[in-house]
Design a protein around this ligand. Structure first.
Ligand SMILES: [Zn+2]
Ligand SMILES: [Zn+2]
Length: 331
């Protein structure tokens, strides 16, 4: 019984979480009716104008909805399997008596697995998630709403009911961008009929239809304004190669916090998320570079750090090679 109660609670919670998405889809559905039926078909008399308005409207709506779909449904990417320490090691880390003991076992585990972690917890130890029992890859964080560690965690977005992270960051920015273009287009083309509403509000034949046009203009302006601040903020963050979380709390490297640690130049930062080709950058298909685990760091600020790690890896490989050689000769 307690299990089923918990399950039904979870179900309830899932339903609650999807309310904002349902709300957005309902508004889009209504605005489609208001724009296509009330404005273009019933109000505009000029046929070429009608056709042109509808001809531009549909691709913009499609790009917006496609980006939204991708942001919502792109599966989250968590740490690779070799970042998970397993039950026994997890128990040892959780029950470590001193910070030093814990720090040493985390370091040992990450060295043994050759894990590419450059960032540290503020106490200097390797970042670790007690809930998932895994070493956190650089820029990954645990999302309490999704219940797992997520690569390049940005924030959990209620409007898409998903974690904005490595897997969907490009789609999220495109969702904001296309929403802005779409809303601006609707506002610009419905402005004329919005003004008309105020001019002949008294001798109107169908007041119901006019109210649709009135709210269409209001809603599109409102959404355009609220989305634009978020959109430009995320463009700024992309230019600096920072996640929302990192903009509040700078990532910590072995020699201290460094807010520009992952900043490899504006153009490169954009290419990391969107790829090199402009045409594929603006449509919601996967062009993000990298695996979400390995990150290039700012060579001016942290050049020594990455070199150090590469040297360590080479040394380990050499040791491994020597061992194999020794094994061969003894056999
Ligand atoms: Zn976690
Ligand atoms: Zn989340």
């Amino acid at each position: 019984y307690p299990m089923s109660l918990r399950q039904s609670r979870m179900c309830c919670f899932e339903a609650l979480k999807s309310i904002p998405v349902v709300f957005i889809l309902a508004i889009v559905a209504w605005s489609y009716y208001a724009y296509v039926v009330q404005m273009c078909i019933l109000t505009i008399d000029n046929v070429p104008k009608k056709v042109i308005y509808l001809f531009i409207y549909h691709p913009l709506l499609f790009l917006f909805l496609w980006s939204y779909y991708q942001t919502i449904f792109k599966p989250l990417v968590g740490p690779p399997t070799d970042f998970f320490v397993g039950e026994a090691e997890g128990e040892r880390i959780a029950t470590a008596q001193t910070l030093d003991e814990r720090r040493t076992s985390l370091l040992r585990f990450s060295r043994r697995g050759d894990l590419p972690v450059l960032t540290r917890h503020f106490d200097g130890s390797i970042r670790y998630c007690f809930l998932c029992r895994c070493i956190k890859p650089d820029r990954a964080h645990h999302c309490s709403l999704c219940g797992k560690c997520v690569l390049r965690y940005d924030h959990h977005c209620p409007w898409t009911n998903s974690c904005v992270s490595y897997a969907n960051y490009k789609f999220f920015i495109l969702f904001l961008g296309w929403a802005l273009v779409f809303c601006t287009y609707v506002a610009a083309t419905s402005l004329e009929y919005f003004i008309l509403f105020w001019q002949d509000v008294n001798n109107s034949a169908s007041p119901g239809g006019k109210f649709h046009l009135l709210f269409l203009f209001f809603a599109s302006i409102m959404f355009a304004i609220s989305v634009s601040s978020l959109f430009f903020y995320h463009l700024y963050l992309t230019g600096k190669n920072r996640t929302t979380l990192e903009s509040f709390r700078a990532p910590i490297f072995s020699d201290g916090p460094q807010k520009d640690g992952f900043n490899i130049g504006c153009k490169q930062n954009f290419q990391e998320i969107f790829g090199k080709i402009f045409l594929t950058a603006i449509i919601p298909i996967w062009t993000t570079r990298g695996d979400g685990v390995h990150y290039q760091v700012n060579s001016v600020l942290l050049g020594g750090l990455q070199q150090q790690q590469q040297q360590q890896q080479q040394q380990q490989q050499q040791q491994f090679g020597n061992m194999r050689y020794a094994l061969k000769t003894t056999l």
